[in-house]
Design a protein around this ligand. Sequence first.
Ligand SMILES: [Zn+2]
Length: 180
Amino acid sequence: MTTRKRKLLGTILFLIVVSIVVLNLGFFFEKPRGDVSHDDGSVGDTPVGVWDDQEPTVARLDPALLTAVREASKDAEADGITFRVTSGWRSRAYQRKLLDEAVEKYGSPTEARRWVSTPEKSRHVVGKAIDIGPTDASYWLARYGARYGLCQVYVNEIWHYELLTVPGGTCPRMLTDGAS
Ligand SMILES: [Zn+2]
């Protein structure tokens, strides 16, 4: 084997080893992010019902918030509108994953924070916030939520509700977004 061929072979082997190390590092760091489950409050792409007690995202909500949402849902039903819970309670790990994904999607932590809170600040993590869809249900709550004490909190999130007043009370002024 000539020196040149040996060098080439050496370079190829070196590149193979580097690739294996890099790929495994990637796998190692990526893995925890994909690991959230049902028990973390994830419902995947299938929103659940407000009465689905077997769903941790519903069952682990603050009881007062859940009661208010259920009361509202009964009256909305009479108007032909069905509430679906796209997200209620979330584990800290799930909240972290959502924030990491938002940073990737929006390109910076600052922009991501307008849409997704940190595990430390999120009201979902303490069971005090609920995201309701589809759009007609969100709009129904935007209009009538205060009757049940439910308030839209952020101008940019028509789906996100918290128990922020007494039934029939006045909701606090909305914030522009989650970073406000
Ligand atoms: Zn929310």
